[in-house]
Write a protein that binds this ligand. Structure first.
Ligand code: ADP
Ligand code: MG
Length: 478
C-alpha cells in the first residue's frame, strides 16, 4: 500500500537542490541540530539533523486516535510497574541468559526487601507505531512502548515549521497548516518534570539529567532543561554522569540521594539503558543507589523493566490488559493498536511459536529483550537463529512478533551531503509521547505530550536515527 506524498514528486533537480538548501537553513535556524560525529563532546561545531524533506502522511483520525490512547497507555504502564510479582514472573526466564535484565531485576529485589523509598513516579514514555500497509484500512499497529530515554521529541519540535516551509516551497496546498499539528512536546515534558519536582517537595533539591559526556543528541536534552528553568528559575537543574553518581553519590539517613553536596529530587536517565553504558561496577552502583533513594527516578527500575520486550509480549496476550485496566473502553482502545506477539520460552507454547517462525520467518520479527535499535532479527536469519538456540535457555531472552508491512510514501531524505538524494519509497514510524506523574498514592498528571516521526527507506529493517538509518520527520494529517 502506498500513500501520496504532500506534494507531487519527483521534482526537478534544480528545485530539489534549492529546497534542500533552504530546508537545511530553516532547520539550523530553528535549532534542529546535533553535535558532529567527529566532535561529540563539544558544541563548537554542530550539524543539521537528518530529516525528511517533506512531512509523513497519516490519516487524521489515526493521529488523533493514537494521541488519545496515550493516556491509557501511560496508565497501563504505570499499573504494570506497580505489579512487582507480574514483572518478576514475566522476566525471570529471560534473566537466566540476559545479564542486563537480570541485574535490573536484582535491583528491584533489593529495594523491595528494603522497602521502596521513592517519593513518587515520573513516567516519560513514547509509543511507536507503523501504519499496516497489508490492508486498505492502513491501521496503526504498535511497534513498542519506550519507558526509558524516550528521546528526540524536543529537538524535532521546530521541524514542523521547516516542513510547512518546504511543503509550500514545493507547491503544496496553502492550507498546509491544518495538516501539520503543532508539537508541544517541550512544554509538556517540562511541565511533567516540574510537577514531579513539586511532588518531591524540597526546594533546594535538583532535577538531574543523567547523561553521557559524548552525546551528539545533547540539544534534545538541553531544550528540556532550559524549558524547566523558564517555568521556574529556582529549580536547580544539573547534568551528571552515571560514573559521578556511582563514585560521589551517597544516601542520607532518611535515604535522600546526595551527589557532590546536592540533594537530587529527580534522576532522569538519558543514559544507562543498554549494557554498553555500564563500563564498570560504578555505573551499576549509581543505578542501585538512586533506586534505593527517595529520589524520583525516571524511570524507576520497575517501570524500566515494564518497558522490556518480554513484558510487552506478555501484555499482548488475551486478557492481560484487563488484568490492569478495568474500563472496557480503555482496554479496547489499547488493544486496537496491538499486533500478535509470542513467547519463545522453553515449553509447549514457545515450541509452537518456534515451529511457526521456522516455517514462515518472513512473517515475523524476532526481538531480544534489549533497547536502542539494531538488535532485531528478520527473515531467514530468524530461522538460522532459532535452529541454533532452540535447545538452549538463550531462547527465553527473545520474543517473536508479527511483522508489520508498513505503508510506503515516496520521499527524499536530507542528510549532510552535497549529492542530491534519490526519490525513494519511505516508511514512517509514528511516536506518541506521554507523561504521567504520581505521588505516593495518586496520579497527579497524565497527558499526551507531543509526537515524533522517524522515516526510513523501505526495506531497511532497523530505524535508528543515531545509526544514520532514519530521518526525523513530522506528521502530515490527511
Ligand atoms: P528498539 O528498542 O531497538 O527500538 P523496536 O521494537 O522499536 O526496538 O524495533 C526496532 C525497529 O525495528 C523499529 O523501529 C521498526 O523499524 C522495526 N520493527 C520492530 N518491530 C517490528 C514489526 N513488528 N514489524 C516491522 N518492523 C518492526
Ligand atoms: Mg524502537
Amino acid at each position: 500500500m502506498e500513500l501520496d506524498p504532500p506534494v507531487k514528486l519527483p521534482v526537478s533537480d534544480c528545485l530539489l537542490s534549492d529546497a534542500i538548501n533552504q530546508s537545511k537553513d530553516c532547520a539550523v535556524s530553528h535549532g534542529f541540530v546535533f553535535r558532529t560525529f567527529e566532535n561529540p563532546t563539544s558544541s563548537d561545531t554542530v550539524m543539521c539533523g537528518p530529516h525528511a524533506l517533506l512531512p509523513a502522511p497519516i490519516p487524521r483520525k489515526y493521529f488523533h486516535q493514537l494521541a488519545d490512547v496515550q493516556i491509557y497507555i501511560n496508565e497501563l504502564l504505570y499499573l504494570i510497574s506497580k505489579d512487582y510479582d507480574f514483572i518478576r514472573e514475566t522476566l525471570k526466564s529471560a534473566a537466566v541468559s540476559d545479564d542486563f535484565t537480570g541485574r535490573l531485576l536484582k535491583i528491584l529485589e533489593t529495594i523491595l526487601e528494603e522497602g521502596i523509598a521513592d517519593a513518587g513516579v515520573l513516567a516519560l514514555l513514547r509509543s511507536d507505531y507503523l501504519l499496516d500497509g497489508s490492508t486498505d484500512e492502513m491501521l496503526p499497529k504498535m511497534v513498542e512502548i519506550n519507558t526509558i530515554a524516550s528521546s528526540l521529541g524536543a529537538v524535532t519540535t521546530n521541524l514542523t515549521l521547516v516542513h510547512r516551509y518546504t511543503t509550500q516551497l514545493l507547491g503544496g496546498r496553502c492550507d498546509v497548516e491544518k495538516s501539520l499539528p503543532t508539537n508541544n512536546h517541550i512544554e509538556k515534558y517540562s511541565k511533567a518534570f516540574v510537577k514531579a519536582w513539586e511532588v518531591y517537595n524540597t526546594p533546594k533539591a535538583a532535577i538531574v539529567f543523567v547523561v553521557s559526556t559524548t552525546e551528539r543528541n545533547v540539544f534534545d536534552q538541553r531544550l528540556l532543561e532550559f524549558e524547566v528553568k523558564k517555568i521556574n528559575w529556582d529549580i536547580p537543574v544539573k547534568r551528571i554522569t552515571l560514573l559521578d553518581i556511582g563514585s560521589k553519590g551517597k544516601l542520607s539517613g532518611d535515604r535522600r540521594l546526595i551527589v557532590d553536596g546536592t540533594e537530587v529530587a529527580i534522576v532522569y536517565y538519558r543514559d544507562g539503558y543498554v549494557p554498553s553504558h555500564f563500563k564498570s561496577e560504578t555505573e551499576w552502583n549509581a543505578v542501585l543507589l538512586a533506586a534505593r533513594s527517595r529520589a524520583i527516578c525516571c524511570p524507576n527500575v520497575s517501570l524500566h523493566l515494564a518497558g522490556t520486550k518480554k513484558v510487552q509480549q506478555a501484555i499482548a496476550k488475551p486478557g492481560m490488559v484487563e488484568r490492569f485496566i478495568s474500563n472496557p473502553d480503555k482496554v479496547k482502545a489499547i488493544r486496537a493498536t496491538f499486533t500478535g506477539q509470542y513467547s519463545l520460552d522453553i515449553g509447549a507454547e514457545g515450541d509452537k511459536a518456534i515451529a511457526m517462525a521456522i516455517a514462515s520467518p518472513e512473517k515475523f520479527v524476532m526481538k531480544p529483550n534489549k533497547e536502542g535499535g539494531g538488535n532485531n532479527i528478520y527473515g531467514v536469519d530468524i530461522r538460522t537463529k532459532l535452529l541454533e538456540i532452540q535447545n538452549t535457555s538463550e531462547r527465553n531472552a527473545y520474543i517473536l512478533m508479527d511483522r508489520i508491512f508498513p505503508v510506503t510514501v515516496p520521499g527524499y531524505k536530507v542528510v549532510s551531503s552535497t549529492e542530491l538524494p534519490k526519490l525513494q519509497n519511505m516508511v514512517s514510524e509514528f511516536g506518541m509521547f506521554g507523561a504521567l506523574v504520581s505521588d505516593k498514592n495518586d496520579v497527579v498528571l497524565n497527558e499526551y505530550s507531543g509526537h515524533l516521526v522517524r522515516t526510513k527507506v523501505n526495506g531497511v529493517d532497523e530505524g535508528g536515527v543515531a545509526a544514520g538509518a532514519s530521518a526525523l520527520d513530522t506528521p502530515f494529517l490527511i
